[in-house]
Design a protein around this ligand. Sequence first.
Ligand code: SF4
Ligand code: SF4
Length: 101
Amino acid sequence: MLPSRDGPSRDGPSTDAPRRQGRPIAADAARCTGCLICELRCSLRFEESFRPARAAIVIRRQTGSRDEYRISFTDGCDRCGICARYCSYRALVQEPAGGAA
Ligand code: SF4
Ligand code: SF4
């Protein structure tokens, strides 16, 4: 497992694409292992390189915990669903087509 970073909030991806276009992403922090694959995949989309600090999803270790994490999204997230597709632990699940908004 990669270490989760603590530190200041990031500025998010540098894109002018419209936001919040896709279906909602449900985040279940209890399932999150802190692997950071979601951050890597999101940054690859926006930056064409692995730059987690530019991802639109933010994984942070809970203060005082070794294995509990918080999951949040920046305003740069357009719900493309890539992070959910690559989360092997089902901590991120995109609402299926036709589901409630
Ligand atoms: S949300 Fe999923 S992919 Fe992202 S750090 Fe947690 S377990 Fe890994
Ligand atoms: S839904 Fe897309 S833009 Fe939003 S955090 Fe996941 S990969 Fe990044």
